[in-house]
Design a binder for this molecule. Structure first.
Ligand SMILES: O=P(O)(O)OC[C@H]1O[C@H](O[C@H]2O[C@H](CO)[C@@H](O)[C@H](O)[C@H]2O)[C@H](O)[C@@H](O)[C@@H]1O
Length: 266
């Protein structure tokens, strides 16, 4: 539900990004990756960053005085390969890994119980054809996009894994996947960590995401006096008051913001 108690939120007009262009010193931008910046693909490794996206992000980050962070379920290594050669401030694994401006990195370590749970998951998923285990180190995602009929089995497997891993790990559902991740990590806490330090502190956060896991980030952005935008068709229940239809539209808005600032610099 959005701030007005409605589903979905209002369509976000392209000109609203003008608020960032007009007052860049007032805003901080927090961006999810899968389903927000890049299109959803059949498998986790099949995603691609379209030409120009990383460069647009870099220009927008500079325009905002550095106040841009990516907030994602992906790990830092994956994101750096996706946006090579850029290394953006980043909350990875839903906030279990943080790379703050200036490069300082903070990460939660896996426990022996979590490693055992992960090994059991690999073994259990091997008997479910089409199910993919994405091992991300201190988190693990099990995908059923290629085998939706295995959804119940995947959910049962994940519940068992959560019991094995113990209370420091928790389940997170997403688009055709279930993840086991550190319980202390969520995207809302990640946003708050960035907002405590320069150059984010004192700015108004604008959070953009497409999935259930982004709702924590939306709540934190709104609590900081900011705004939230959900990518998608508008049917999802969300806290976001704004909506953008597709990642392609989101990329267009970023590219035009980047163009505006590049033109001004010339
Ligand atoms: O927080 P995000 O950046 O949105 O990451 C969330 C998860 O995204 C990835 O899974 C999703 O995208 C895949 C590729 O498009 C798709 O195949 C899958 O069905 C989606 O759920 C990623 O693989 C996960 O690790 C992220 O947690």
């Amino acid at each position: 539900m959005n701030g007005n108690g409605e589903r979905g939120g209002e369509a976000f007009s392209p000109s609203s990004f003008g608020a960032l262009a007009a007052n860049p010193e007032k805003w901080a931008l927090f961006l999810d990756i899968d389903g927000t910046l890049v299109d959803i693909a059949p498998t986790p490794d099949a995603v691609e960053a379209p030409a120009g996206l990383a460069a647009s992000l870099a220009v927008v980050m500079t325009g905002l005085g550095g106040a841009l962070a990516l907030v994602t379920g992906r790990g830092i290594g994956f994101v750096d390969r996706l946006f090579h050669p850029h290394c953006f401030p980043l909350a990875g694994l839903h906030g279990a890994e943080l790379r703050l401006p200036g490069g300082r990195t903070i990460a939660i370590e896996p426990s022996p119980a979590f490693l055992q749970a992960k090994a059991a998951l690999h073994a259990g998923a091997a008997s479910l054809p089409g199910v993919i285990v994405e091992d991300k180190g201190v988190a693990v995602a099990v995908h059923y996009r290629l085998a939706p009929h295995h959804r119940d089995s995947v959910e049962a497997l994940m519940r068992e894994a959560a019991v094995r891993a113990g209370p420091r790990w928790s389940l997170q559902s997403g688009k055709m996947l279930v993840e086991l991740k550190p319980a202390a990590a969520d995207k809302g806490e990640a946003l708050k960590s960035f907002m405590r330090g320069a150059p984010f502190a004192g700015r108004q956060p604008l959070a953009v995401g497409d999935d259930l896991t982004d709702e924590d980030m939306f709540a934190a952005a709104i609590a900081h006096g900011g705004r939230a935008i959900r990518i998608g068709d508008g049917n999802a229940r969300t806290l976001a008051a704004g909506r953008i239809g597709t990642p392609a539209h989101m990329r267009t808005l970023l590219a035009s913001l980047a163009d505006t600032w590049e033109r001004d610099r010339r």
